[in-house]
Design a protein around this ligand. Structure first.
Ligand code: NI
Length: 181
């Protein structure tokens, strides 16, 4: 496993549409592992392959255990070729992106989603999610299409600059609140 460099705006690779993986082989599993390690080191709660310059439809997520309402919190979620098959409701909440450092935005997203894809062993999985996990899944799938959360803001007043990491007293609490992905 290796920590990879996270690309930031305006890197053009963040704007390309990623291609589906043909099958989840050892190479894709190694990519999953590198992405998880990179995401943990950042730290973040989600990461998409284009963020490390790999144009494949591969995402990883891991929400803190204390994030209620989802049985999938506190463990890594690996998805290749994720597809949003259903979305309900809408909610405007805060999110940040590891590729857009120094900012957070208030973004309208569906509150409940169903996502299908392939897991780390290449098996078909279906994830029903709400809350922060639903938001993170939509954010990461957007990355695969070259879309960043800043594209989805309803206006410039929805984007906020944040203080630098080293100025924060509790980086863990601040991180959870900001939910960078
Ligand atoms: Ni992001």
């Amino acid at each position: 496993m290796a920590i990879r460099k996270i690309l930031t705006v305006p890197d053009p690779r963040l704007r390309q549409k990623a291609r589906p993986v043909k099958r989840v082989d050892k190479r894709v599993q190694a990519l999953f592992d590198d992405m998880l390690e990179t995401m943990h080191a950042a730290p973040g709660i989600g990461l998409a392959a284009p963020q490390i310059g790999v144009g494949l439809r591969v995402i990883v997520l891991e929400l803190p255990e204390e994030e209620d309402g989802n049985p999938l919190t506190g463990q890594p979620i690996f998805l290749a070729n994720p597809e949003l098959v259903s979305a309900r409701g809408s909610e405007e909440e805060q999110e940040g992106c590891l590729s857009v450092p120094g900012f957070v935005g208030y973004v309208e997203r569906a509150t409940e989603v169903i996502v299908q894809g392939l897991d780390r062993r290449g098996r078909k999985v279906r994830i029903e999610a709400n809350g922060l996990l639903a938001r993170a899944l939509q954010h990461e799938i957007d990355h695969l299409d070259g879309v960043l959360y800043v594209d989805r803001l309803s206006g410039p007043d929805k984007l906020f600059r944040i203080v630098k990491e080293e100025e924060e007293t509790s980086s863990e609490a601040a991180h959870k609140e900001r939910a960078e992905m």
